[in-house]
Ligand binder design. Structure first.
Ligand SMILES: *[C@@H]1O[C@H](CO)[C@@H](O)[C@H](O)[C@H]1NC(C)=O
Ligand SMILES: *[C@@H]1O[C@H](CO)[C@@H](O)[C@H](O)[C@H]1NC(C)=O
Ligand SMILES: *[C@@H]1O[C@H](CO)[C@@H](O)[C@H](O)[C@H]1NC(C)=O
Length: 482
C-alpha cells in the first residue's frame, strides 16, 4: 500500500497535466481576419462548459481559420484561404475550414463578404482547372508540382493537379451553404453566370469521369485525365502511365485521388460519389430557388442545368446502390465498400479524411441509423476489418496511408463523435481529442498511437474548424457532455 502511494500521485499528476490545454489564440493585431459575430459567440460560450479544457480548446480552434489562414481578401469580390502550413488553397480544405462559420453569416456583414469572395474565387478556380485539388494565389507563385505530367495540362494557377471528385463537390457544398444563409450571394456583376458556368464544368467533368476504361480507350480523345509524378511514393502517382487501374462502367464517377491526396487503388471511391450525389441535388435546389427569385441568368438557360444535376445525381446514386455495396467477407454483413472497379473487385478500409465511409451521415448521404451504414461503421472502427484503424496507449481511431501505419488522425475521432448516437462514445472521443492536442492547444493532422507528442502538422486549420463544429453541434445536442 505504502509503496503504491507515490505511484498513484504520479499517475494523478500525469493525468492532470496531460489534460491541460493552453490558450493559444493569436493577439488581435496578428489575426488575418476578425469576425465580430464569431468573437461575440466565443465570449458568451463560457457558460456552456463545465470542462475548462474543452472550452479553451474550442476558443483556440473555432476561430483558427479566420485568425491565421485568410491569406488575402477583398470583401464580396475575392477571398483566398490557405490550408495552414501550406501556402495554397485546397478546394476541399477551404470549404471545410469555413463551414462552421455559416451560422454567423446572417449577423456579420464582413463575414458575409468574405464568404461571397470565396464562392467567387472557387467558381473561377473550377473554371480554370476542374481537375485540380489545390490552387496558387496568383500565377507569380511557383508551384512545387510543376513537373507533374498531366492530361489536361495544368494551368499556371494550379498548385497541384490531382483529380479528386470531392474537390468539385466541395465547391458545390460551399456555394449552397453560403446561399442558404445569404440568398444574395450570386447577385451583382456576372457572379451568377460565373457560378452557373462553374456548375456546368463540374457536371461535365463528373460525367466524363463516368466512362469505363474501354470507353475511354476507344474514344477519339483517349482518357480525359492522366497524372504521373516522378516519385518514390506509390500513392503520389497513378499506375499504367498515369491512367490508374482499369474500371468498367458503374455510373459512379471516377476519382483518381482520395481526399488525403493519395491515389485511389480502384477508381470508384464510394464516399466521394456519395458526397457528389448529395451536393448535385443541393445545387439543383439552389438553382430552382434562384428561378423563384427571378435571378438574372444573363442568357444562360438554367433548365438544362437543373435536369443534368438531377439525372447525374440519380445515376450516381443508383451506381452506388448497385456497385458500391458488398458483403464483407469477414463480418458477412452488407457494407459500403471504400473503392470498387465495376469488375467485382473492392477495397474495404477507411481513411480519416472526409469524405470517408465513417462520415457518410455527416455528408448527408445516409441516416446515422441506416442499417448498412451501421454495419459499415462497425467494420471501419475495427482492427480486424480496417487496416487503418489503430489502438494504442494514446487513443484509438482511423488513420490512413498518407501518414502511415499506426498514425491516428484526430479528424477521424471528431467524425466518429459527429456521427455517433451514443453519448458515452462521444464523451470518450472528446477525451481522446483533448489528449491528442499534446498540450499545444490545437488539433493536429495525426499522432502516433502510443504517444500524442509524436504528431504531424502543427498548423492544420481544417482539423481545428471541424473540432469547433463538433463542439457547436454538441452545444445543441449534448450540452451535458461539455
Ligand atoms: C504579432 O505581430 C507583431 C508585429 O508584426 C510581431 O512583432 C509579433 O511577433 C507577432 N506576434 C505573434 C504571436 O505572432
Ligand atoms: C498564366 O496563364 C494565363 C492563361 O494561359 C496567361 O495569360 C498568363 O500570362 C500566365 N501567367 C504567367 C505568369 O505565366
Ligand atoms: C447508367 O445510367 C443509364 C441512365 O439511367 C442507364 O441507362 C444505364 O443502364 C446505367 N448503366 C449501368 C452500368 O448501370
Amino acid at each position: 500500500m505504502l509503496a503504491s502511494t507515490p505511484l498513484l500521485l504520479l499517475t494523478l499528476l500525469t493525468l492532470t497535466s496531460a489534460m491541460y490545454v493552453p490558450e493559444v489564440r493569436l493577439p488581435i493585431e496578428n489575426r488575418t481576419f476578425t469576425s465580430s459575430a464569431v468573437d461575440d459567440f466565443l465570449s458568451s460560450s463560457q457558460k456552456s462548459f463545465t470542462n475548462q479544457n474543452l472550452h479553451r480548446l474550442f476558443t483556440n480552434t473555432l476561430p483558427n481559420t479566420l485568425d491565421t489562414t485568410i491569406f488575402s481578401y477583398d470583401l464580396g469580390t475575392d477571398t483566398f484561404i490557405i490550408t495552414g502550413d501550406i501556402n495554397a488553397m485546397w478546394l476541399r480544405d477551404s470549404c471545410n475550414q469555413v463551414l462552421p462559420y455559416m451560422r454567423f453569416v446572417g449577423e456579420d456583414e464582413e463575414l458575409k463578404g468574405l464568404m461571397k469572395g470565396l464562392v467567387k474565387r472557387m467558381s473561377k478556380s473550377v473554371l480554370i482547372d476542374s481537375y485540380a485539388n489545390a490552387f496558387n494565389f496568383d500565377s507569380s507563385l511557383s508551384t512545387d508540382h510543376a513537373d507533374d505530367v498531366r492530361t489536361p495540362p495544368m494551368s499556371n494557377l494550379t498548385f497541384e493537379g490531382k483529380y479528386e471528385l470531392d474537390s468539385l463537390a466541395a465547391f458545390l457544398k460551399l456555394s449552397r451553404s453560403v446561399y442558404a444563409e445569404d440568398h444574395e450571394v450570386f447577385d451583382g456583376d456576372d457572379m451568377y453566370v460565373t457560378y452557373l458556368n462553374a456548375v456546368n464544368a463540374v457536371t461535365d467533368t463528373i460525367r466524363r469521369q463516368q466512362m469505363s476504361t474501354s470507353e475511354e480507350m476507344e474514344s477519339k480523345t483517349g482518357p480525359a485525365y492522366t497524372f504521373s509524378r516522378f516519385t518514390t511514393e506509390a500513392t503520389d502517382t497513378l499506375m499504367q502511365n498515369g491512367k490508374g487501374a482499369p474500371c468498367a462502367r458503374t455510373n459512379m464517377s471516377k476519382c483518381m485521388f482520395r481526399p488525403s491526396d493519395d491515389a485511389t487503388t480502384l477508381p470508384f471511391l464510394v464516399p466521394a460519389n456519395a458526397m457528389a450525389v448529395v451536393e448535385l441535388r443541393e445545387t439543383m435546389k439552389v438553382i430552382i430557388s434562384q428561378l423563384a427569385r427571378k435571378a438574372d441568368t444573363a442568357h444562360i438557360n438554367p433548365y438544362p442545368i437543373i435536369d443534368e444535376l438531377k439525372y447525374l445525381a440519380d445515376e450516381i446514386d443508383e451506381g452506388i446502390q448497385t456497385w458500391g455495396k458488398i458483403t464483407h467477407p469477414i463480418t458477412k454483413k452488407e457494407v459500403y465498400a471504400y473503392e470498387v472497379d465495376g469488375y467485382g473487385n473492392f477495397v474495404f478500409m477507411d481513411d480519416a479524411n472526409i469524405p470517408g465511409l465513417l462520415s457518410l451521415p455527416y455528408l448527408g448521404y445516409v441516416d446515422k441509423n441506416d442499417p448498412v451504414y451501421l454495419n459499415t461503421r462497425e467494420a471501419v472502427l475495427s482492427e480486424i476489418t480496417n487496416p487503418f484503424f489503430f489502438k494504442g496507449r494514446a487513443g484509438e481511431g482511423i488513420g490512413g496511408p498518407h501518414q502511415g501505419y499506426g498514425m491516428i488522425w484526430p479528424m477521424g475521432i471528431t467524425v466518429r463523435a459527429l456521427t455517433s448516437t451514443d453519448a458515452n462514445e462521444i464523451k470518450e472521443c472528446l477525451e481522446m481529442l483533448v489528449d491528442a492536442t499534446a498540450h499545444t492547444g490545437f488539433m493536429h493532422e495525426s499522432f502516433w498511437k502510443d504517444d500524442a507528442n509524436d504528431f504531424t502538422r502543427t498548423w492544420f486549420a481544417w482539423a481545428n474548424s471541424l473540432f469547433g463544429e463538433l463542439i457547436m453541434t454538441l452545444m445543441d445536442e449534448h450540452p451535458e457532455l461539455l
